[in-house]
Structure formats: C-alpha cells, structure tokens
Design a protein. Structure first.
Lengths: 622, 301
C-alpha cells in the first residue's frame, strides 16, 4: 500500500499533502452521488468535458515529461473513432462487437503511432519536426475524409460520408449495460475511466521510468550514454500518448454516436495543446483540471458567444504562452504552495528515505580508504593482463576530411591510458567511435573479445563501456540521488542492491552530503565528479574520460587525478583524453599520442616527453 | 502522343512544384534564420489573398495588388516578430505554440469581421493546348515566378550585404554579433521577408481557389513537409531540392490515384527521407561538406 502511495505522489510539492488527498476523496464521492440529482442533459455535458481528459493527459506525458510536442494528437483521436465506427457498422451492434471495435481502434492507433514514432525517434530528428509532421498528418487525414462523400467511399458496409462523417454509431456495450449518450453508465465509465487513467499515468510518471523519461527530456545524449535505449523509450511514450488520444476518440463516439473529419481539423487539433498549456505541461493534475474547466467555458461560449469561442481560444493560447509559459494553474498552484509554506514548515519528502549515514556498508564521508574493493565490475589486476579493448584499423571520414585514419590501439585490462595530441588529432572522434556515437567507415572495434562496432551506443554501455563527456552533462534539475538512479541497471540487480554502489562513488568524490540536493547547486568541479559517478553507476569495465580536469583549479585537478588512480587500482580500465600535463604526469602509466588521425607514438610519459618528434607536432613544426 | 504525355506530365510537375515551393518558401526562410516554425504562415498566405481580392475590387491593377499584399503580410510579419516571436528566442517550441494562437486569432477574427468568404478573383484565361491536352498559362507562369523568386533570394543571400549578414548570423550568431552585425534586426528582416513571401503566395493563388478564412490550411500541410525534407540549414537549396523531389513523387501518384494519394505519398516520402537525412536535404549536404570542423559538430541535444 505504501508502495502505491509513493508512486501516486507527485514530483511537484503542491499536491502531495493529506489535504489534497482528502479533497480528492471528497471529489470522488461527489462524482459518485451526483447523478442522483442531475438530469440526463447535464450528465451528458459532464461526459463531454471529461472525454478530452485522456488525450490531454497523453500530450502532458509526451510534452511535459518527455519533451516531445505533438500537434497531431487529434489524428489518433479520429483514427480510433473512425476504426471503431467501421468495425461496429460492419459486424453489428452486439456487445462483443463493440469490444472488438474498441480493441481495433486501439490497435490501429497504436500501429500508426508506432510507424510515425519509429521514423521520428530512430532518425533522431530535431524537436520541431514532430509537431509539424503530426499536424500535417492530421490535416491530410481531414482533407481525405472530407472528400469521401458518395457511395464509392465505403469500407464494407460503412460509408465514410465526407464532411458529414459517420452517424448512428453504436455505443460500447458490456453484456447488458449500454454506455450510450446521456446514461449514468457512460457518465461513470468516462469520468472514473479518466480519473483512473490519470492515476495510472501519474504512477508511471513518478516511477523510475518517469525519471528516465524526464532524463531524456533534459539531456538525450547523456541518457543514451547511461545505457538506455532512448529511441525505443521515446517511441513507447509516443504510442502511449496516441492510445490515450484514441481512447478519447472512442469515448467521443460513444457520447455523440457520430464522428466527422472536423474532429481532426486545425481547430480541433489546437484543443489538447491549449488545455495542456493553460494547465501547465509539467503537472498532470493541473492539465486535467484545465481540460474540464476550459471544456466548460468553451461550451458556455459556444452557446452564448458562437463564433467568438475560437477567437477566445487563440487569445488564451497566446497570452498564456507569453506571460505564463509554465501554465496558469501550475503558476497559481506554486503561489499557493509558497503561501502555505511560509506558515507551516513542511518536511521535505525524498525519494530515498534513509539518510546516507545509516545505510549499511557505506564508509563514512572522507574515509575513502575504508573501502578498497571498488564495486565496479572488473576483477583485481592480474599479472598477465588480457586485452580489454582493441581498435583495429578504424577509419572515419567526414566529407573529405579523414578524422581518424587506419587507427589501431589496444588497451589492456586494468590499464590507465592517456590519449594526447594537438587539436584535430582525432581524440574525440576516437572516443565517439568507441562509444558508438559515430559509426566507423572501416575497421573493427573489439571489446572483451566481442566485435562491437555494429552495436548502438546503449548496448555498448550495457556491455561495460561508459563515458564522461567533455562539457559537464548532468541532470541539473534532479537531485544527486535521482541522477544516479537514472543509470541503466543490469538484469537481475534490483535497485536496492545497487544503491550502495552508487552512493559509494559519491562518497569517494566527497559529495555524498549533497545527495538530496539538486545537481545544479554543485560547484563546477563537483559537477565534473558527479558526472564521473554517473558514468560509474552503469557499472562499467572501461571508463572513458574526456578532459576530466577541464576548468578545475590545480588542487581540484590533483584530487581528480588521485581519484582516477584509485579507480584504476580497483581494476577499472580507464582511457583519458587530457590536455593538462600535470594531470597526465600524475596518473599515466602509458601515453598514446595521436596526430592527424593516427597513433603517432606510444610509450611511457618520460619517453614521450623526451621524444623530439612529439615535441615537433605540439609546437607545430610539422 | 508520347511527347504530349511527357508535356502533360511536365506541366503537372511544374504545377505541383510551384505549389510546394511557393507554399514553403516564406516558412523555410524564417526557419533557416530564426530556427522557428511560424504556425501563422497559413494566415499570412490568407492575408495576401484577401488583400489582393479587396484591392482588386477597389480598382487597383493586379500587379499593384500583388505588391500591396506583399507589403501587408510583410508588415504583419514585422509586428509579429517584434512583439511575439522575439520573446521566444530561448524557447523555440514555445514560439510555435504562440504563433498557433496568432493563427487562431487571425482566422477567427477574419471570419467575424469579413464574413465566411471573400469575392474570388477571375483566373486570367490564358489557355493553350498542345496536342490533346490543354493547359492554363497562369499556372505555368506561377512555376516561372517561383523559380524567379528562388533566383532573387539567391541574389539576396549571396550578393547583397544584408543577405550576407543574414548568412553570417545563421552560421554563427555570436560571431556575427562580435563583428558588429545587429542579429536582432537581421532576424526581424528575415521574418518580414518570409511573411512577405507568404503574402505573395496568397495573392498568386488567389485567382485559383475559393477565398475563405481557413484557406491557409490548404497550404501549410504541404509547406510543413517541404520544410522538413528541405531542412533549415540552407533555405534556398532546401526549398528547391525538396519541392522538386516531392513534386516528382506526387505527380505520377496524383495522376494515377488522385490528390489524396499524392499527398499521402509526399508524407510517406518525407518520413523515409528524414530516416536517412534527419536534418533534411540541406542539412545533409552541409554535414557532408563540413563535418570535420569541431565548431560545426553540433550534436543533437
């Protein structure tokens, strides 16, 4: 039970209180007994306001949580509605057929969304492409269905009907209960269904998957390099949001017993976006309330103001975007919270309950030496070291420029290798080839005896290659604990087991005290360290560090070097790109010099430093 | 007979390409310079068409009507950029939503103020026939005008100072600022040019279609797809290549199966093309040319 409560809690703080839940229960009771006092007409209107809740919640999940905006959610609304209509008209109005219609509607919607999602997210398109191509989809569908008047446009016995759409569609039936317009059963189905969906999505959003979805929004590349199949997750979220839109579409059909092309037109397409914007895309609750409220206001306007309704919608959309970009309800909610917070000091709720000191097996802060067996998965250094990473004759060309040319490199287990070389030598390209962010033109990359050059980045991470980016990339809006929690977990290891390991890295870098603070509040060097901790949280065998000491003071550089050495001692293999010679002097066993995309020299640091040729390429005499 | 058919296919192609190119040109320039999709693009086209019709029936000669509609739409774009779009320089997606709000206001405002339709302009009856097919000279003229517009934009971007400054801003805004270019003004100017082009599109197509407040919808779906396929990295190359490719796909499909299949064909082609070239044709060309430079390696965030 407490597990469910945890999941139901919201990220934002303004709706987690007991009062809020009390209000929620009161509302549920009110909804339950309301039909005893209301007429069919009013019930039917309430259903109409609630039936747009799923489509808007879907957009909230997609846009607010995952950072992907879609303008074409109504396309899925319409597809589901039309498919349901076609199935029920063709196969009669038995209870079973309506259920079949419901399922077919969902399947059709899901398939179209999966197809579009695949092309969007596996191509890794820019973020403006998804909204406009989904809008193009819905406009083309509207155009098509608008011209299907006439007998030749039919599917089986169902006439598509052009601009008039399809009429007399049967509502959902379950056994003897018919959810037709104006009935209490439809009222209960739509209202409680919407609330149930709200709770389910809220649970999803508050689960670890929700954290990962938000991580994708915050920094897609970092999340990919923490071992997540980002493209697939984005497709799944897109499909979920489309299915929710489809549910709304079918509820619309049950409510009005008709569907027409204008439900997919430009003016309908704006409605989910409007509701989400007004509510505040980061809060599911705010979005649900705004859907119902604006639905009510829109209905009022349509009755009394006629043509002014859309004008008002446009004005609302523009005003909110310009002055309350986070959403009106969310802004108001935050003001309220601030107001109450001043009067009653609230206890902060952390996802991770126990304070760090009480966790078993974690050394006290600053006592680094207390634990030498670092929990990265690499055996202790053996005398005969097998080769861990072998780069064989790899080339990468950009246009006419050979960034990496016929490069070969072997790194042994437990080694700490420094890569140096002037700008443009191919160091970063080599890192990107090893992690899979670039695909090589020729050659192969072998990691622990397996060819990996065809694998996507996330699979390489799962096999044990992890990377710290050159510019610090952490999730600044999440706490340190949440940051570490996002890293991919290997099969069979539960979250609890891993927590020790993850926090251990924090304490090693001396930032464990900030575990529940936002990562953005750390100092520059600490952010760099946190990113190393993030990279360690995927339990790598090979760690790639791209300029770990950039922008640090000499003292911090020294500390970083010490820590990197300590990591190596535990058996982790590390490859470092670094410009700071002090750092290299401090850590390196072996230095590889890259020049013009090739390995120029390789050897101990003293040998490299004495080498005339190496000096020449650094001084630009060649 | 074969020649007739080829001629007819070319005519269809030219008609389709002109429509795609003219629909998208203003949109893609705004995207290229400001990195913003203007969802009020369709309404700018509608404004162009309406101004043309209104001034035409006020007795203004047709060529002047065209100039008037360019000026009106351009001016509207100028205000739009100055008072709305500029506030969203850090939030590009927000700009899309806000311009959608503008789009609703303009459409519905027009409906309320000017009614559900506008008097249509008669289509110049420059019919001619080759073999068994007859053609509309006006539509061929549109194709020629579209190509001239592209040429004009090329002159602007490559030969005229303001255009070269615009390209500098597109490539590296901070650097452009550092050498004394007022990038804010460059953005406003680009938005106004894009809006003016949309206005011209509206007035050019005004004689060929019914003039209603929602007429922009006819253009924007196709304009969006052209822009996605073309990419904003180089608006001229992008718009030209993308509209040519999409017209080449749509023409046979439309001829055989009708308008809808043609449009679906374009949408599917766009999905396939972005799978190979996520930044569109012009982005693909640019990456191919200059990916060696670290400065231009903008990884997708």
């Amino acid at each position: 039970m407490s597990f469910f409560l945890l999941l139901l809690k919201h990220r934002g703080k303004w709706d987690v209180s007991k009062t809020m839940w009390l209000v929620f229960v009161l509302i549920l009771t009110a909804i339950l007994i309301y039909p005893a006092f209301a007429s069919c007409f009013i019930l039917s209107n309430i259903v109409f306001f609630f039936l747009f809740v799923p489509i808007t919640l879907g957009l909230c999940l997609l846009w607010g949580y995952c950072g992907i905006l879609s303008f074409g959610q109504v396309a899925f609304f319409g597809i589901a509605g039309y498919v349901y209509a076609i199935v029920t008209i063709n196969f009669g109005n038995a209870s079973l057929v309506t259920v079949l219609g419901l399922l077919s509607g969902l399947v059709a919607t899901g398939l179209v969304a999966a197809l579009f999602g695949y092309f969007f997210f596996y191509s890794q398109v820019s973020n403006w492409i998804v909204p406009i191509l989904t809008l193009a989809l819905t406009l083309i569908l509207e155009l098509f269905l608008g011209q299907t008047a006439g007998y030749e446009w039919r599917v089986g016995r169902a006439l598509l009907g052009g601009f008039n759409g399809i009429n007399d569609i049967v509502s959902l039936k379950l056994g003897s209960i018919e959810f037709s317009s104006g009935t209490k059963s439809l009222y209960y189905l739509v209202v409680f269904g919407s609330i149930l969906l709200f709770l389910l999505i809220r649970m999803l959003g508050n689960s670890r998957w929700g954290d990962i979805i938000i991580a994708i929004r915050e920094d897609i590349e970092r999340t990919r390099m923490l071992g997540h199949n980002v493209n697939l997750i984005q497709v799944v979220v897109f499909v979920i949001s489309a299915l929710l839109a489809g549910l709304s579409g079918m509820m619309y059909v049950w409510w009005g017993n008709f569907i027409d092309p204008s439900s997919m037109g430009l003016i309908s397409a704006v409605m989910p976006v409007l509701y989400t914007v007004v509510g505040g895309k980061e809060s599911l609750l705010a979005v649900m309330i705004s859907t119902i409220t604006l639905g009510y206001i829109g209905d009022f306007l349509a009755v009394y103001g006629g043509q002014y309704a859309f004008l008002v919608n446009g004005v609302i959309l523009l005003t909110v975007m310009m002055f309350y970009p986070r959403g009106i309800l969310l802004t108001i909610g935050e003001q309220f919270t601030r107001f109450f917070a001043r009067r009653t000091p609230t206890t902060r709720i952390h996802r991770i309950s126990a304070p760090l000191e009480t966790q078993p097996g974690i050394p006290a802060p600053s006592d680094v030496s207390a634990r030498e067996d670092i929990p990265v998965s690499g055996a202790a250094i053996k005398e005969v070291r097998p080769v861990m990473l072998e780069v064989i004759n790899v080339s990468k060309t950009f246009g006419g420029i050979k960034a990496v040319m016929d490069l070969s490199l072997a790194v042994q287990e437990g080694e700490l290798r420094c890569l140096i070389g002037p700008n443009g030598a191919g160091k970063s390209t080599l890192f990107n080839l090893i992690t899979g962010r670039y695909s090589s033109d020729a050659g192969s990359i072998v990691f622990q005896g397996n060819e990996i050059s065809h694998l996507p980045p996330y699979q390489r991470v799962r096999r044990g290659i992890s990377m710290k980016f050159q510019t610090t990339r952490i999730y600044e809006t999440l706490t340190l604990a949440q940051n570490l929690d996002i890293a991919y977990r290997h099969n069979g290891s539960s979250g609890e087991e891993n927590l020790d390991d993850r926090y251990w890295a924090l304490s090693m870098f001396g930032i464990e005290a900030s575990v529940d603070e936002l990562a953005g509040s750390l100092m520059h060097a600490q952010k760099q360290w946190l990113e190393i901790c993030l990279a360690l949280a995927t339990r790598p065998r090979l760690l790639l560090l791209d300029e770990p000491s950039v922008g640090m003071t000499p003292e911090e550089t020294w500390q970083t070097a010490e820590l990197v050495k300590k990591l190596t001692k535990s058996g982790l293999t590390i490859l470092v790109v670094e410009h700071d010679m002090e750092f290299i002097r401090h850590v390196a066993d072996l230095v590889t010099v890259l020049h013009q995309g090739r390995v120029f020299a390789e050897g101990s640091l003293s040998w490299i430093e004495a080498n005339e040729e190496v000096r020449k390429i650094y001084l630009g005499e060649q | 007979m074969i020649i007739d058919l080829a001629g007819n296919l070319f005519y269809q192609f030219a008609d389709n390409m002109a429509f795609l190119l003219l629909s998208a040109l203003g949109l893609i320039i705004i995207l290229g310079v400001l990195d913003i999709i203007n969802l009020a693009h369709g309404e700018l086209i509608m404004i162009g068409a309406y101004v043309t019709s209104m001034s035409y029936y006020a007795g203004v000669p047709l060529w002047l009507c065209f100039l008037l509609s360019i000026a009106t739409a351009g001016l509207f774009g100028l205000f739009l950029e100055r008072f709305v779009v500029r506030r969203f320089s850090q939030n590009r997606i927000g700009a899309m939503v806000a311009t959608w709000g503008i789009s609703l206001i303009v459409t519905q405002g027009t409906l309320i103020v000017l009614g559900p339709w506008m008097r249509p302009i008669p289509l110049p009856s420059w019919q001619f026939s080759i073999g068994i097919y007859s053609y509309s000279g006006y539509r061929l003229l549109l194709f020629v005008i579209a190509l001239f517009l592209v040429f004009g934009l090329w002159l602007y971007f490559y030969k005229i100072r303001a255009g070269i400054f615009t390209r500098a801003t597109m490539q590296d805004g901070e650097m452009a600022e550092a050498i004394g270019i007022n990038t804010v003004h460059i953005g406003t100017l680009a938005f106004a040019i894009g809006a003016g082009l949309a206005g011209l599109t509206g007035s050019l197509y005004a004689p060929t279609m019914s003039l209603v407040p929602l007429m922009g919808t006819t253009f924007i779906a196709m304009a969006f797809i052209v822009v996605v396929v073309g990419g904003g990295e180089n608006p001229i190359v992008g718009a030209l290549a993308s509209s040519a490719i999409l017209a080449a796909i749509a023409t046979p499909l439309t001829a055989l199966f009708g308008t809808f299949v043609g449009r679906v064909g374009i949408l599917i082609a766009a999905l396939l093309i972005i799978r190979v070239m996520p930044k569109g044709i012009s982005g693909f060309i640019r990456d191919f040319r200059s990916r060696h430079s670290h400065a231009t390696q903008r990884l997708q965030l």
